[in-house]
Design a protein around this ligand. Structure first.
Ligand code: ADP
Ligand code: MG
Length: 227
């Protein structure tokens, strides 16, 4: 089922040339997507458009058939998409559980319900009760990224966006994180979109798209280009 649709998207930062030009694509639920491309190709820029952090200069993005430019941006960013970063962006002195609970502050849920939900989410990313009570600074990189994924799931978003989520992890740990993304897509029907330059991440995705760099003059391979 289609959940996110790009229609003739272009983007340029103020006073500069286009970083993204005329992209079109439909993302579906239940799949893992890898968007690849060399450094500077515009991967992070594309994710900031998909997450609603910025708006396309031209074209439209539709979430579940609705123009993202016209729906409540705060709601879209907090409830419908969950974002995961390379640097985890957790509060290091709080525990894993507290980091997840904190993200639900605005949910209107009572503290007991938030606590229960955080425990459930941490279990979903294979972090047991002992690790959940540990301060984040005492967790490994892979464990921290799993906390960040649990946090991104707080509001049960239909779309998970991840920017180089395994960029700081070794290959085995990267594989474990990819197992979680695959489960979220294949068992829970989430649409998982991962930006990465890792061939191993691309190999685990259901669909791979190459974002061509507009700043380079030489021709780029056309097949699999995000069009
Ligand atoms: N805030 C910004 N202001 C101006 N140019 C930017 C900004 N962020 C990124 N760019 C430029 O946009 C292009 C794409 O960047 P980015 O989306 O970060 O690429 P990637 O994530 O694929 O490495 C690059 O040429 C980069 O220099
Ligand atoms: Mg980037």
């Amino acid at each position: 089922m289609s959940i996110l649709k790009l229609e003739n998207i272009s983007y340029s930062y103020d006073g500069r040339g286009k970083v993204l030009e005329n992209l079109g694509y439909t993302f579906e639920k239940g799949k893992v997507y890898a968007i690849v491309g060399r450094s500077g190709a515009g991967k992070t820029t594309l994710l900031s458009l998909l997450s609603g952090l910025s708006s396309p200069t031209e074209g439209k993005i539709y979430f579940d058939g609705k123009d993202v430019g016209k729906i409540d941006r705060y709601q879209y960013r907090s409830r419908y998409v969950g974002v995961v970063f390379q640097q985890y962006n957790l509060l290091p002195h709080l525990t894993a559980a507290e980091n997840v609970e904190l993200s639900m502050r605005a949910s209107g849920k009572k503290i007991a319900a938030r606590r229960a939900r955080a425990a459930e989410l941490l279990e979903k990313v294979d972090l047991d009760g002992t690790l959940a009570k540990r301060r984040v600074l005492k967790l490994s990189g892979g464990e921290q990224q799993r906390v960040a994924i649990a946090r991104a799931l707080s509001f049960d978003p239909e779309i998970i966006l991840a920017d180089e989520p395994t960029g700081n992890l070794d290959l085995t740990t990267q594989d474990e994180v990819m197992d979680i993304f695959a489960r979220l897509a294949h068992e829970e029907g989430k649409c998982v979109i991962i930006v990465s330059h890792s061939p191993e991440v691309a190999a685990r995705a259901d669909e791979v798209y190459e974002l061509a760099s507009l700043r380079k003059k030489e021709a780029r391979p056309r097949q699999n280009r995000l069009m």
